[in-house]
Design a protein around this ligand. Structure first.
Ligand SMILES: Cc1cc2nc3c(=O)[nH]c(=O)nc-3n(C[C@H](O)[C@H](O)[C@H](O)COP(=O)(O)OP(=O)(O)OC[C@H]3O[C@@H](n4cnc5c(N)ncnc54)[C@H](O)[C@@H]3O)c2cc1C
Length: 463
């Protein structure tokens, strides 16, 4: 016991020497927010230390000190993750990037922004708007940080057009557990020089290296947009319509599905009035939400007219074109669907991904499994990406584990994966280890060992 105390005192001193006394929190200074992210599963865990570095060098030194003292380290951006990836270890060090939140440069000629990892998406959006540009990774929560996006390979609604974080991060500076700093990629969109370390670090949920600076790709901000809402009388029809909409050439920026129950719940909880007649609302089982954008108003109007006709031919009961405030309100309500599911008592929210053309098959299987387990699954999702978000109502932990095992397994059999964008975190790692090819897992362990030989970075996450 005496050894533990003295070694933890020693580590406290070491960490404080690196970030300064005001940069380190211990004991009662550590507020409840640091103990969890937004995952619905699992209890909060208060870490032994919270360090709030201000420079990349401090992050690297913290990692070297933690490696030497064998203290587990978890990175935290804004803690909005949905898989427990930022939930720390009780005896561990949480590195919070809240004080590394500067936008270092917006380079309009190379169309990139260079930022510290703690920058929030809301702040980056404001800064890029001034330059007529935008960072297009838009998970529903704009308080999320760019570093957290890197950790989870975040996606969000606009991935159908612009891709996920992986496609939008061109370079990193990253701190390794050895205490070294590396630079990968840069303000370049092509690179054919050895292993792509940027891509290895993205989506590794803080288990390989910590991003200390991120170079992100920016796109022009288009002036005109419209949102279409199309009710259908059955969910499989909605899902079967998706590939045709993607193929149509209008290049939707948003292509979401929302089931009847979820639309009713988000409309009620967020006082959303879309003006859908009662008769339509009563027969509609599910809705497609399609966003289109253009630099030119007439071209946008053409796309809207073409989509209206297409949706009608695919079985939509009607098509509502929303603009301005009502379009904004619908998208915002859709982004907040997680909070509605949480308030309704969902026991978990999952984000399985399957090829978009088999989404309806996957959904039917998931419903069958849920019915057999006496559970409920409802939801919405990024339909264009085949990314199905299901709120799972199943109170018993063991029954829920079996149900999720079956659902994940069905998704993988259809050519999909357990998570499309939220990551595995502490919540889904067990399923991953049960279902993934052991040869791939062994290779991932060897990659992890090469980055982090002492195994200090986010133990219990991924592997
Ligand atoms: C209402 C709501 C809606 C959401 N909608 C979406 C959505 O549509 N799409 C989507 O993809 N996600 C969505 N999310 C999840 C979440 O917003 C994203 O996962 C986001 O990327 C997390 O960012 P964060 O800063 O909160 O990261 P955190 O939760 O703090 O961390 C996430 C992971 O990244 C690691 N990490 C943090 N910083 C770094 C760093 N500097 N270097 C390396 N690893 C790091 C952490 O250790 C952890 O494993 C939603 C969440 C909420 C609450």
């Amino acid at each position: 016991m005496a050894t533990v105390d003295s070694s933890s005192l020693e580590a406290t001193q070491k960490f404080a020497d690196i970030v300064g006394a005001s940069g380190l929190l211990t004991g009662e200074q550590i507020g409840p927010d640091y103990a969890h992210d937004e995952a619905l599963v699992g209890a909060p865990v208060t870490p032994r230390y919270v360090a709030r570095p201000q420079t990349a060098e401090q992050v690297a030194e913290l990692l070297a000190a933690a490696t030497e003292a064998k203290v587990p380290v978890t990175a935290r951006g804004s803690g909005t993750g949905l898989s427990g990836g930022a939930r720390p270890c009780a005896d561990g060090l949480l590195i919070s990037f809240e004080r590394m939140n500067a936008i270092l440069e917006i380079d309009t000629d190379n169309q990139v922004a260079v930022v510290q990892p703690g920058v929030t998406l809301a702040d980056l959006d404001t800064a890029t708007a001034e330059a007529g540009l935008m960072y297009t990774v838009f998970p529903g929560e704009l308080s999320a940080s760019v570093g957290g996006n890197v950790g989870t390979n975040a996606g969000g609604m606009r991935a159908i057009k612009y891709g996920v974080t992986r496609h939008n991060v061109l370079g990193l500076q990253a701190a390794l557990p050895t205490g070294e700093l590396i630079r990968t990629g840069g303000r370049i969109t092509k690179l054919s020089t050895g292993y792509d370390l940027t891509q290895l670090i993205i989506g590794s949920e803080g288990t390989c290296a910590l991003a200390t600076e991120v170079t992100v790709r920016l796109y022009p901000r288009l002036a005109h947009s419209a949102t279409l809402l199309a009710p259908f009388t059955d969910l499989p029809a909605v899902m079967r319509a998706v590939p045709t909409v993607v193929r149509s050439g209008v290049d939707p920026v948003i292509l979401e599905y929302v089931d009847k129950l979820t639309l009713a719940a988000i409309s009620y909880s967020q006082s959303l009035n879309l003006g859908i007649p009662d008769a339509v609302r009563e027969t509609a089982e599910a809705y497609l939400v399609i966003g289109v954008e253009n630099r030119d108003r007439d071209r946008l109007d053409d796309d809207v007219a073409m989509l209206g006709e297409l949706l009608g031919s695919l079985g939509a009961v009607d098509v509502y074109v929303l603009e301005g405030n009502s379009a904004h309100a619908l998208i915002e309500a859709r982004e907040r669907a997680f909070w509605t599911a949480k308030a309704a008592g969902a026991h978990d929210v999952i984000d399985v991904v399957v090829p978009r053309a088999v989404m309806h098959q996957f959904f039917t299987r998931a419903q069958e499994f849920a019915q057999a387990a006496g559970a409920g699954v409802v939801g919405c999702g990024h339909a264009g990406d085949g990314n199905v978000h299901l709120a799972v109502f199943c109170a018993d932990d063991d029954a829920r584990h079996r149900l999720l095992h079956d659902i994940f397994s069905a998704a993988m059999t259809l050519g999909g994966a357990i998570s499309g964008e939220h990551g595995l975190g502490r919540v889904k790692t067990q399923h991953f280890l049960e279902l993934e090819d052991p040869v791939k897992i062994a290779l991932m362990r060897r990659i992890k060992d090469a980055f982090d030989p002492a195994g200090i970075l986010n133990p219990g996450v991924l592997l």
